[in-house]
Design a protein around this ligand. Structure first.
Ligand code: ADP
Ligand code: MG
Length: 478
């Protein structure tokens, strides 16, 4: 028995004409917009482009993997349903990442004006409005919804940059400094702050924002030259209220693009619009940039994001662990914050892996599991540990003075950590007992041996103590 032949045929004859498909899509978008609200709709769903149909499956295209996954997890089922309602022959919606040359998203601005689910298709084919609309959508690179002010953890190293970013997001027209120039090493939160500014402005409405990496800026500029649409490109860029260009260092050595950016920059500043720029170095250190551009970049507010401190790393880990809903013991967080000091991206990556692992296997996160799961990451961060480092870390942990590592004081609260440090020196370095003894205030090798035995013994008897020493060992281990 064949089911629904009639249905299928009529559906496919409709599908053959693209206009019908576009109309269906517009109706679906209208519905979705009503269901999810303006902001969600604008942030996520305007990015979707129609792809090909194959059998009972329609493909929808998204510009990035992140967006695809997000749309799939948040709207996948609903999209399936809505498409099936529109075109009963369609049983599956496939979400894919768009490749160069794939169709661009339709412009759905008009859907807002027409009643939800209205059967009449908006006039998006209007030749007069089309090219403009296309360039517009191009300017607004998708904002990552995870990067907001709420999810940005503020600490000493980034508080100034954060405050400046907030300021721009609140009152872009009267900030008093232009541009805001954010700089700092890789993975320290520059892009996060820029997206946060964008998200805040989009939420507050009636401000047009363009965010793109310098690389994308160049790519679009070149594409505009090729398609002889540089005038539109320039006009579009110069019509925004806030322009944000990320990773400006990319423009070093790209003279034409720099020139174009310089003019855009001036035009916007003259028109009283706000510019936010990020780079890996301060304007004065970006030596490959043209002098006049460098000078202008330095004229506004220059905010440095410094390397993270241990405290900030802990706060960030705590926030991210809490948001994940997985219980991560404080000892594990401390361990990570000690071990992974390079940047927040790596720190976050390590924590995410732990969390994914815990979710997947339903096992609690422990120090042992951490060591296991992050084996490769930790190895990359390993270095040879020295006796001096051991003494320093142990002294910090037990809150004694570093000089007490070599002092003659015998009080238990000093002697015990000193013994632990000797024990760790034996475990983690290839130094001989006499050598270790010398580093601890010229003590005899038998003293070191005694310390090693004493700590081993105590660890067997006292689980809490053992755990402390273990933690130290893992932190220092090479
Ligand atoms: P950059 O652009 O400076 O290279 P990103 O903004 O891409 O760095 O940050 C890298 C990752 O670290 C992102 O996932 C971001 O959310 C996270 N991150 C950086 N700084 C913070 C912070 N202060 N609080 C929370 N997350 C942060
Ligand atoms: Mg970045």
């Amino acid at each position: 028995m064949t089911i629904g032949v009639d249905d299928d045929e009529s559906a496919f004859s409709r599908l053959e004409d693209n206009k019908g498909l576009a109309e269906s899509w517009l109706r679906i978008c209208g519905r979705l917009k009503g269901e999810v609200g303006e902001v969600e709709y604008r942030t996520w769903l305007t990015q979707i482009a129609l792809g090909p149909i194959d059998g009972d499956e329609i493909t929808l295209l998204l510009p990035t993997r992140f967006l695809r996954d997000w749309v799939r997890s948040q709207y996948g089922d609903r999209l399936n349903e809505l498409w099936h309602n529109e075109v009963p022959a369609l049983r599956r919606v496939e979400l894919q990442v768009a490749r160069p040359g794939d169709p661009a998203p339709l412009q759905l601005a008009e859907v807002a004006a027409s009643p939800v689910g209205s059967p009449s298709a908006p006039e998006e084919q209007n030749p007069a409005t089309k090219p403009v609309a296309e360039v517009r959508s191009d300017l607004v690179t998708a904002l990552d919804s995870r990067f907001t002010f709420d999810t940005f953890v503020v600490g000493k190293p980034n508080e100034f940059a954060y405050a400046c970013a907030r300021r721009v997001a609140e009152k872009p027209s009267s900030v008093g400094f232009n541009p805001l120039f954010l700089y700092g090493g890789v993975g320290l939160g520059k892009t996060h702050l820029m997206h946060a500014i964008g998200a805040e402005l989009v939420r507050s409405g009636n401000v047009s924002v363009a965010y793109m990496s310098a690389e994308k800026f160049m790519y679009r500029f070149i594409a505009a030259i090729r398609s002889q649409s540089t005038i539109e490109f320039k006009e579009q860029l110069r019509s925004v209220d806030v322009l944000m260009i990320d990773d400006l260092q990319f423009l070093i050595g790209k003279d034409n693009t720099q020139e174009e950016f310089f003019h855009t920059f001036n035009a916007l500043v003259d028109a009283g619009r706000q510019i936010v720029v990020s780079a890996d170095k301060s304007p004065s250190d970006l030596s490959g940039l043209e002098d006049r551009l460098r000078t202008r970049l330095g004229c506004g507010m220059v905010a440095d994001i410094h390397a993270t401190t241990f405290e900030l790393r802990i706060s960030i880990l705590e926030a991210k662990a809490a948001a994940s809903g997985v219980v991560v013991p404080a000892k594990v967080l401390e361990f990570l914050a000690h071990k992974i000091t390079s940047n927040v991206r790596e720190l976050e990556g390590a924590l995410n892996r732990l969390i994914a692992h815990a979710n997947l296997f339903g096992r609690p996160v422990t120090l042992e599991a951490t060591q296991d799961v992050l084996h490769d990451i930790l190895k990359a961060h390993d270095r040879r540990v020295t006796i001096e480092e051991i003494q320093k870390k142990v002294a910090e942990h037990w809150n004694i003075r570093l000089t007490d590592m070599s002092s003659a004081r015998r009080a238990r609260n000093v002697a015990r950590p000193r013994q632990v440090a000797m024990y760790l020196a034996k475990q983690l370095t290839s130094r001989s007992l006499p050598e270790i003894g010398r580093k601890f205030g010229n003590r005899d090798h038998t003293t070191v041996m005694h310390a090693v035995n004493r700590v081993t013994e105590l660890m067997e008897r006292d689980a809490a103590f053992a755990e402390d020493v273990e933690l130290m060992r893992r932190m220092l281990e090479s």
